[in-house]
Design a binder for this molecule. Structure first.
Ligand code: ADP
Ligand code: MG
Length: 593
C-alpha cells in the first residue's frame, strides 16, 4: 500500500481527529485552563515579578544601612519566586496530566475505529495488504497520531499565551522605563524563524512517512515469522530470518534517524536566531547604560517570548509526523467497503436453491485478462449435494467464497431462492451458509465456546448433539476440562483431525440450509478421513451442499459432479456420464482409483 509522496496530504486531514476530543470537553477544558495559567505565569508572571521586585531587593542608589530591607520584607519579596514557580509547576503538571488523559481516550477511539473498519472490509483488502503492516498501522500509527493530537492541542493554547504574555511584559517594561523601547525591536527575529520551521516541516513529512512504512515492514516480517515458527525450524531458516529481520530493523533505524535528524534540527536553529535577538538587546542595553537588575526581567521576557516559537516549531514537526501516520490510517479508514448491506436488505429464512448466472471473478481488478472464474452458469436444487472437482487452482474455493460474499463477482449474479444475494441482509446470508474450510480456525476459547460461535437462526441441534454427530465426543471427553477445555491460540493443542471434527461440530450447530465443505478431509489420514466422512453423511442430510473434494472417496456422497478447470465448468453430471465424456475427470479419477 505504498503511495506516492507527490500527492501531498493536506493539514486539514487532522481536524476530524481533533473532533474526537469533543466528548472529553470537561477534562480538556480543565487542561486548557491549567495551560493558560501556566502560560500567563511563565510568559508574563516571571518577567513581571522580576521587574517589580528586583528594584526593591537591590535598590539602585548607593546603599546605606537604613535603606536595607528588613529580613521579613526580604523574605516576603523573595517568597514571590517559589510562589510563581509553584503556580507554574502545579498548573503545568495538571495541564500535562489532563491532556494525557484525553490523549489516551482519543487513542482508544482511533484504534477501535480502525479495528471496526477492518472487520467490515472485504477479504480482498487482506489479500492486498500484509498482516504485519496492518498491525503496525493499528498500533504504531495510531500511537503517533495520538501523540500529535495531544501535544498539538496542548501547546496550541499554552504556547501562544506564553508568547502573548511575554510580549505584554516586554511592552509594559518598555513603557515604564525610558530607553527600553529597543527591546521591542528584538521581537523582529520572530518572523525570521518561520522559514526554517516551514522548510523542515516539509522534509519531515516525507521522512516520517518513510519511517512508518519501514516500521510496518518490520512488523510484517515479525508477524510472518511468528506464524511460521514450525517451518522456520523445519527448513533451517533461522539464519535467513535473523538476517531479514536485521536488515529491516536497520532500515527502520536509518529511517528513524532521518526523522530525528530533522526534527531536532529546528530547536538549535531557532535558538541561534533568537540568541541574535538577545545579543542585540544586550548591545543596546550596554550602550544606553541600563542597569543589570532592570535588564534581567527583559532577558527573561525575551526568553519567554522566544520559547513558544521553538515549541510551535516542534508542533509543526509533530504535525507533519502525524500527517504521515494519518495517511496510513486513512488508507484503512477510506478503503472501500465493497461488500456492504443493501439499502433495503431482505431478511428471510432461506431454503437453499442456488443459481450462478454468468459469473466472472478476478482477484486483481486491474488484470481482467486471466480471471479466477469465467462465465460460470450453475443451478443447484435445494437439498442437492454437488461435488466440485478439478485440479488445484481451478477456482473451486473461489466459487464457494462468492456465496457468503467474501467478495462479489465482477460480472454476473448469484441468486439464492431466486433472490440476488446482494439484496439479502449480509448477516442473514452468512447465517444461512455453513462453511467447513480446509484449515479451520479455532479461537482461544473453550471447546464449547468455539462450537457456539456457529450459532445462527437455524440452530436446532444441541451442543452435545453437535459434538456427538461430528464424532468429536470421544476426544472431547478425554480432555481434562471436557467441553470447558480452552484450546489455545488457533487450537494449537489439537491434532488436525480433532480441529476438523470441531469445525464439523460447529457446522452441525449452525445447521444452515447451505453447506460448503472445502476439502475438509484432504489433510487427514485415512482413519480420520473415514470418521469425518461418516459425520459428513449426517451433516449433508437435507442441506444444499457444495462438496469440494480432493479425494474421490467423498464424491460418493454427491448426487451430481461438476468438473472445473481454469476457472470454467467443463463438465456437469453423474459420475458415469462424465467419466465417459470428460477426459480430465477420467484422468483425475483413475489416478486415485
Ligand atoms: P482451487 O480451490 O480450485 O484450488 P482457488 O479458487 O483457490 O482454486 O484459486 C483459483 C485461482 O485464483 C488460482 O489461479 C489462484 O492462484 C487464484 N487465487 C486464489 N486466491 C487468491 C488470492 N487471494 N489472491 C489472488 N489470487 C488468488
Ligand atoms: Mg481450494
Amino acid at each position: 500500500m505504498k503511495r506516492s509522496l507527490k500527492k501531498e496530504i493536506k493539514v486539514d486531514r487532522i481536524f476530524p481527529y481533533f473532533l474526537l476530543l469533543k466528548p472529553l470537553w470537561l477534562p480538556f477544558s480543565g487542561a486548557l485552563i491549567c495551560g493558560i495559567i501556566y502560560g500567563v505565569s511563565s510568559g508574563f508572571g516571571l518577567p513581571f515579578m522580576m521587574e517589580q521586585i528586583f528594584p526593591k531587593i537591590f535598590p539602585s542608589d548607593s546603599i546605606d544601612d537604613t535603606q536595607k530591607l528588613e529580613t521579613l520584607d526580604l523574605v516576603l519579596y523573595v517568597g514571590w519566586f517559589p510562589l510563581v514557580f509553584l503556580i507554574r509547576g502545579v498548573s503545568g503538571y495538571f495541564n500535562t496530566y489532563l491532556i494525557n488523559f484525553c490523549g489516551v481516550k482519543v487513542l482508544e477511539k482511533i484504534r477501535v475505529q480502525v479495528f471496526t473498519k477492518l472487520q467490515r472490509l472485504p477479504l480482498s483488502f487482506f489479500h492486498k495488504n500484509q498482516e504485519g503492516d496492518l498491525l503496525s498501522r493499528v498500533s504504531n500509527d495510531t500511537g503517533q497520531l495520538q501523540n500529535a493530537v495531544l501535544s498539538i492541542s496542548n501547546d496550541l493554547v499554552r504556547q501562544p499565551i506564553t508568547f502573548v504574555g511575554a510580549v505584554a511584559a516586554l511592552v509594559l517594561i518598555a513603557l515604564q522605563n525610558e530607553g527600553m523601547s529597543f527591546v521591542l525591536l528584538c521581537l523582529l527575529v520572530v518572523p525570521i524563524c518561520i522559514f526554517p520551521i516551514r522548510k523542515i516541516g516539509q522534509i519531515l513529512l516525507v521522512k516520517a512517512l518513510g519511517m512508518q512504512e519501514t516500521a510496518g515492514g518490520m512488523t510484517a516480517i515479525l508477524s510472518e515469522n511468528l506464524s511460521a515458527s514450525r517451518e522456520v525450524r523445519a527448513f533451517n531458516l533461522e539464519d535467513r530470518e535473523i538476517q531479514r529481520f536485521r536488515d529491516s530493523s536497520r532500515e527502520y533505524l536509518w529511517a528513524r534517524m532521518k526523522v530525528i535528524k530533522y526534527s531536532h534540527l529546528l530547536t538549535p536553529i531557532i535558538e541561534i536566531i533568537t540568541a541574535l535577538g538577545i545579543s542585540v538587546a544586550i548591545f543596546q542595553a550596554s550602550k544606553t547604560g541600563i542597569k543589570l537588575e532592570a535588564f534581567i526581567p527583559v532577558i527573561m521576557a525575551l526568553y519567554m517570548s522566544y520559547e513558544p516559537i521553538k515549541k510551535l516549531g516542534s508542533i509543526q514537526n509533530q504535525l507533519k509526523q502525524a500527517l504521515a501516520s494519518i495517511q496510513r490510517i486513512d488508507d484503512i479508514l477510506d478503503a472501500e467497503e465493497s461488500v456492504v448491506d443493501p439499502v433495503n436488505p431482505i431478511s428471510k429464512e432461506l431454503v437453499g436453491e442456488i443459481q450462478f448466472q454468468n459469473v466472472s471473478f478476478s482477484y486483481d481488478e486491474s488484470d481482467k485478462a486471466s480471471p479466477a472464474l469465467h462465465s460460470i452458469n450453475l443451478a443447484i436444487e435445494p437439498g442437492e449435494v454437488v461435488a466440485l472437482v478439478g485440479p488445484s487452482g481451478a477456482g473451486k474455493t473461489t466459487l464457494a467464497g462468492l456465496l457468503p460474499r467474501f467478495f462479489d463477482p465482477v460480472e454476473g449474479k448469484i441468486l439464492i431462492d431466486g433472490i440476488d444475494i446482494t439484496h439479502l441482509n449480509l448477516r442473514n446470508l452468512r447465517e444461512s451458509i455453513a462453511l467447513v474450510p480446509q484449515k479451520p480456525f479455532l479461537f482461544d476459547l473453550s471447546v464449547e465456546g468455539n462450537i457456539k460461535l456457529g450459532k445462527s437462526q437455524y440452530t436446532g441441534n444441541s451442543l452435545l448433539d453437535s459434538v456427538e454427530k461430528a464424532n468429536a465426543a470421544e476426544f472431547v471427553y478425554e480432555l481434562p476440562n471436557k467441553l470447558k477445555e480452552r484450546l489455545g491460540e488457533n487450537g494449537n493443542r489439537l491434532s488436525g483431525g480433532q480441529i476438523q471434527r470441531l469445525a464439523m461440530a460447529r457446522a452441525f450447530y449452525k445447521n444452515s440450509p447451505i453447506l460448503i465443505l472445502d476439502e475438509a478431509t484432504s489433510a487427514l489420514d485415512s482413519e480420520n478421513e473415514n470418521i469425518i466422512h461418516e459425520s459428513m453423511a449426517q451433516l449433508i442430510k437435507g442441506k444444499t451442499t457444495i462438496l469440494i473434494a480432493h479425494r474421490f472417496s467423498s464424491i460418493r456422497l454427491a448426487t451430481r459432479i461438476i468438473v472445473m478447470d481454469g476457472g470454467k465448468i467443463i463438465a456437469n453430471g453423474k459420475h458415469k456420464e462424465i467419466y465417459e465424456s470428460c477426459e480430465l475427470y477420467k484422468t483425475l479419477y483413475d489416478r486415485q482409483a
